[in-house]
Ligand binder design. Sequence first.
Ligand SMILES: [Zn+2]
Length: 461
Amino acid sequence: MTTTLIRNATLVATMDDDRREIANGAILIDGSRIVSVGTTGDLVATAEADDVIDATGMVLLPGLVNTHHHFFQTLTRAMPAAQDANLFTWLRTLYPIWAGMTPEAIQVSTRVALAELLHSGCTTASDHTYIWPNGARIDDQIEAAVDLGVRFHASRGSMSVGESKGGLPPDSVVEDEAAILADSRRVIEQYHDPKPGAMIRIVLAPCSPFSVSPDLMRESVAMARAYAVHSHTHLAETLDEAYFCQATFGRSPVELCEDLDWIGEDVWHAHFVHPSDDEIIRAGESHTGAAHCPSSNMRLASGIAKVGQWQRAGMRVGLGVDGSASNDGSHLLAEARMAMLLQRVGGDPAAMSAREALWLATRGGAEVLGRDDIGSLAPGMMADLIGIRVDTLPLSGGAVHDPLAALVFCQPQNVDFSMVNGRIRVADGRIVDLDLPALVTHHNRVAVALARGELAIRTLH
Ligand SMILES: [Zn+2]
């Protein structure tokens, strides 16, 4: 195993149980794991390393953890017809375009989203793709994630209730439920790695309780539990959804999920903007998780999630940038800043601190994904970490007072250094081994063809 010593960091923000912040810090890594964390003086005196990395001028943090995304939507950012629409109108506008995606579209959009995430400090990403037209498969995403070296929780998402059955999506983009379950089983057996340090895990993720049948919701979570994989869906995002659920099922979205057994330590919901106070208490008691997506909630005018109330109730809470058609970016550090600012809009300037926002982006996200091997810098944890220079123009006059808080209060920066599983992925601000201009050119070409309806290679099933 190769040992690496990263030293001379302005600050190491460990996000460990004591929330230690170490000035002039250092981290010793052996292979894919962290061996020790301390001051540069202590580690240089006690440890010898094969490689030494100088982190002068940088704050080091655990790699950020993204808990909700739809990578494919990078192809449909800022679409004019969906710019000023609420969720349901936005979906109806975009579904027919997404119906034309191909395996190439899934691959190139996954690479773009993961590249953006890496630049923004993310080292573990969860994606929720729920539309698999024209032969697209989760395999296309996993291949891209392995290539980029990001730790990846891939959701086998799904939709099965189309317009003809009273659902929202057009019939052309929904799948047969037996086929969804069969493919879910296939991808778990082929890819899910339950071991500590896993680079790939599978999640089962029907898009929402109103885009699949109650039977599929039940069977999906039962299959997930049989394999000990986690389950994820959108829940209580908008008031429109609450009205729809009341009219269709005679209960609230959260009550519906409780009836379907979609609660617990192996379940997390995206958004959770409109639960009742009692529903938040029950979600806390069951230790259900939630992905807070502040930019998307603002973009679609969905509302302000009661994040502090979730935490006090005992819910697991992480951050998500959400899909790139409702953000329309994948900058996870910027999302931490949005989370901090949005919680204050209600009138309390102390509603969320910069450190709390970073905690949600690291430890919180790890807990939401069910991982105790990432999210902090401590002996035995996986070597997922980022470095951000603080001797730069946007942080000038800020980091000298509080280098950690300045990362959130000042304009969010891209990382200068990133390591995932002990492997350097970003050096000097650039992703290692990636031709970024070529990727952007390819992605734009696919995005234009998709919008023109020229991409699909064969008729939809
Ligand atoms: Zn979403």
